[in-house]
Design a protein around this ligand. Structure first.
Ligand code: TXA
Ligand code: MG
Length: 366
């Protein structure tokens, strides 16, 4: 290790293919066994992995990401047998959810065992556990023989990475290796459900929605910021692990939420006001808002200012493109990014809107 902040490391990049899969995974597993840090794709976002049971290795994750100490990491496992080592008690509901959704984008918060160090769990008596639906992390955990502490592979407070390029933009020189396995399929982080609470609480919305969870285990409560707007529930305080900022690009993001063309119209109006003030404005839009603004002659000639997420009724596609869009617009030196919150809240829509709200410093509702 060189500088105290974890920088100065030579980051190796491995492009994973069918041909080199075994060799690359063996090398990566060796890095993990030696206490190193390796980033890799999962089906949700890229993760930064290290031996989750080895405090020195976990410390490197905190240093590389500049993650505030105390923010708990979750563990990736390869098989249910791995659970025995890391959690104390697996409630019936956990098995039901594993049967339904693992491997997949669902992190279960369970009572941790003594073998999980305090630095991994952020001093909490519980730990998040997930079996990812991706051959790279599954094989890495299996070969390393250890559960991997694996937060998203971004600098703390930046949008999560949906490609190896995003990982390198944030962490090159700070981690030992990146396994480039191409773009992720989901694009937003897993649903996190706390099963130590009764009824269980969704701490972060993701690809597994509330109805899908309730179908399997009955009543589930929403416990994340802004949950109230989706459901009428009030969540006054952030829960353990959710009290840290997320997804904030450097450029101020102004989010307009609401229905259809009213959102597009408000975006057009705000753009006019900002531009009159001499501000440079970037746009993160649904296709419908882009067409609307075009039809009103509000679209600038400079398409560089626009990032289209997809159709309003295609929130899954928009979710997959969201972090890429935030990163691209963030690099262009705008004074403000106007973001479109008119997407349907079906499928990944709730998770998409949740991430947009977290990225936004100002919100309008129309
Ligand atoms: O999809 C994902 O979950 C990705 C991929 C890489 O697996 N990982 C990820 O990790 O998003 P991270 O650390 O960025 O987010 C894990 C979330 C955090 O919000 C953390 O606070 C919460 O899970 N968490 C972990 N352990 C917890 C615990 N014991 N109690 C409450 N929340 C916990
Ligand atoms: Mg994260």
């Amino acid at each position: 290790m060189q500088a105290e902040n974890g920088s100065g490391i030579k980051t190796r990049v491995f492009r994973v293919s069918d041909e080199n899969f075994d060799a690359v995974l063996e090398e990566a597993a060796e890095l993990i066994r030696k206490g190193g840090t390796v980033a890799f794709p999962t089906e949700t976002v890229y993760g930064l992995g290290a031996d989750g049971l080895l405090p020195e290795a976990v410390r490197k994750i905190f240093e590389a990401k500049q993650r505030p100490p105390g923010n708990p990491l979750s563990l990736l496992i390869h098989s249910r047998e791995d659970l025995q080592q890391i959690v104390r008690d697996v409630p019936e509901n956990a098995f039901k959810l594993m049967d339904a959704f693992w491997p997949g984008p669902l992190t279960l918060v369970l009572e941790k065992s003594d073998s999980v160090p305090a630095i991994t769990s952020g001093n909490l008596p519980s730990v998040g556990v997930r079996m990812p639906d991706h051959r790279i992390p599954l094989e890495l955990v299996k070969r390393a023989g250890r559960p991997l502490a694996a937060p998203s592979a971004n600098l703390s407070g930046r949008p999560s990475p949906s490609s190896a390029a995003h990982v390198l933009a944030d962490l090159e020189g700070r981690i030992d290796a990146v396994l480039d396995g191409g773009a992720v399929t989901i694009g937003v982080e897993s649903t996190v459900v706390d099963l130590t609470a009764e009824p269980p609480v969704v701490l972060r919305p993701g690809a597994i929605g509330l109805e899908a969870l309730e179908e399997i285990i009955g009543e589930v409560r929403l416990g994340y910021e802004n949950a109230n707007e989706a459901t009428g529930e009030i969540s006054s305080e952030k829960r353990a692990g959710q009290k840290y900022g997320h997804y904030t690009p450097d450029t101020a993001v102004v989010l307009v939420e609401g229905e259809g063309d009213q959102v597009s119209e408000k975006i057009g109006e705000l753009a006019g006001i900002f531009q009159k003030d001499g501000l440079k404005v970037g746009f993160l839009l649904s296709e419908e808002s882009a067409s609307f603004l075009n039809s009103k002659g509000l679209r600038s000639e400079d398409s560089e200012e626009w990032f289209l997420l997809g159709g309003r009724e295609e929130p899954d596609m928009a979710a997959r493109r969201l972090f890429e869009g935030l990163r691209i617009l963030d690099l262009k030196g705008f004074d403000v990014i106007l973001a479109d919150g008119s997407f349907s809240n079906t499928g990944l829509g709730l998770a998409l809107l949740n991430r947009l709200k977290e990225a936004a410093s100002t919100k309008f509702e129309v």
